[in-house]
Design a protein around this ligand. Structure first.
Ligand SMILES: NC(=O)c1ccc[n+]([C@@H]2O[C@H](COP(=O)([O-])OP(=O)(O)OC[C@H]3O[C@@H](n4cnc5c(N)ncnc54)[C@H](OP(=O)(O)O)[C@@H]3O)[C@@H](O)[C@H]2O)c1
Length: 343
């Protein structure tokens, strides 16, 4: 019995900022699962900045999206039909066949989610890929220690908000930047020692004000001029955790990097990039440390939820413009009892 579903296809490679016409909503019939397969009704699909890179026809650490094919990405949903003994019908799973209502999966890369522990949406954010990114970045790459001064850009986003709070729980003095007064107010509520709106105050100036003695660790979500300002403010032997450079994702031509890169030498800095998918072995330690803190409220999170698979392209365009606070998600189906918590 084939079932109707809707999914989003990429119809054109965006030039600069993505436009609604780069995407198409397509109605399909999804076949019954074969031996070893499972059919999942997605509840939430994840909207992530890295997807912008995959829309270009350039090989990177993940291959580009194909034109005329459904987009993929993180998703959480419920198993409706299973012919795979690892996944019972009715169970909740996280997987990478997002941007569609129904997903036919072969069981690879599928992980069970306990809907009684936390709202299932968190499996895509604070307790999922973006939370793990923050955990690896702050702990393993940045080795943030008590008493250090840490600057996090994109601090009101999914990765940044968790990174800033994890640095704070390690006893660091944390400064965050974000793109609106509302986001700055939330960062202050989260207990960061300082937060500023980079659209209102130049980052270089804000760092001079909030970290007059310099910063030890910069958690970089933004790149470009923000990275340049942070390098300028680094102390001797500081570390840059190179997580992302969203200010450059819509560029159509490569721009020269930080003009002060020579300071990496003079200040003996370490600048290290990382990709979360290389760190799956840290998932268990991450959940053990972060899940109890999410449950007891010492790590808080927000989700920006857009309703309907047809609005996934708008959510993605919005993400690149700063429309989200915390994790950007699209709700495409029902989710179990526990309601999403917005703090
Ligand atoms: N290395 C990895 O494995 C890994 C994994 C996940 C994510 N990442 C990276 O981590 C970063 C954050 O990802 P996320 O999923 O947590 O997204 P997010 O921060 O929740 O959402 C993106 C945010 O970026 C900000 N932004 C957009 N354009 C900007 C600009 N020109 N300058 C400064 N800020 C800008 C916007 O917030 P404002 O309102 O504050 O501008 C927007 O809300 C991205 O760079 C992403 O590529 C890396």
């Amino acid at each position: 019995m084939a079932r109707p579903s809707r999914e989003i296809h990429l119809t054109a490679r965006p030039q600069g900022a993505p436009k609604p016409t780069d995407f198409e909503l397509v109605e399909v019939d999804v076949a019954d699962p074969g031996e070893g397969e499972l059919l999942v009704r997605n509840a939430f699909v994840s909207v992530d900045p890295y997807m912008r890179g995959r829309m270009n026809d350039v090989r990177s650490y993940v291959p580009p999206f194909a034109l005329g094919e459904p987009l993929t990405g993180g998703a959480v949903g419920q198993v409706v039909v299973s012919r795979n003994e690892r996944f019972a019908e009715g169970s909740w799973v996280v997987h990478d066949h997002g941007w569609r209502e129904l997903a036919l999966l072969d069981g690879r890369g599928v992980r069970l989610v306990d809907p009684d522990l936390a709202p299932v949406s968190t499996a895509l954010g604070v307790l999922g890929m973006t939370g793990l990114t923050a955990f690896v970045g702050v702990g393993d790459i940045g080795a943030v220690a008590a008493g250090e001064t840490v600057f996090v850009s994109g601090a009101a986003g999914a990765v940044g908000s968790v990174a800033a709070q994890l640095a704070r729980t390690r006893g660091a003095h944390v400064i965050g930047s974000a793109g609106s007064a509302e986001k700055v107010a939330w960062l202050e509520e989260l207990g960061l020692q300082a937060a500023f709106d980079y659209r209102e105050q130049a980052t270089r100036e804000a760092l001079r004000e909030h970290a007059p003695d310099g910063i030890d660790v910069y958690f970089d979500n933004v790149g470009g001029e923000t990275l340049e300002a942070a390098i300028g403010a680094m102390r001797l032997r500081g570390r840059v955790v190179a997580c992302g450079s969203i200010s450059r994702y819509n560029d159509t031509e490569a721009r020269p990097g930080p003009r002060n890169l020579h300071m990496v030498v003079t200040k003996r800095l370490r600048l290290q990039g990382f990709i979360v998918s290389d760190h799956g072995d840290r998932y268990r330690a991450f959940v053990e440390e972060v899940a109890p803190r999410v449950r007891d409220g010492t790590i808080r999170y927000r989700e920006t939820i857009v309703d309907g698979i047809d609005r996934a392209p708008a959510a993605f365009i919005g993400l690149l413009e700063g429309a989200n606070t915390g994790k950007m998600l699209v709700r495409v189906g029902p989710s179990p009892g526990k309601e999403h918590v917005s703090d």
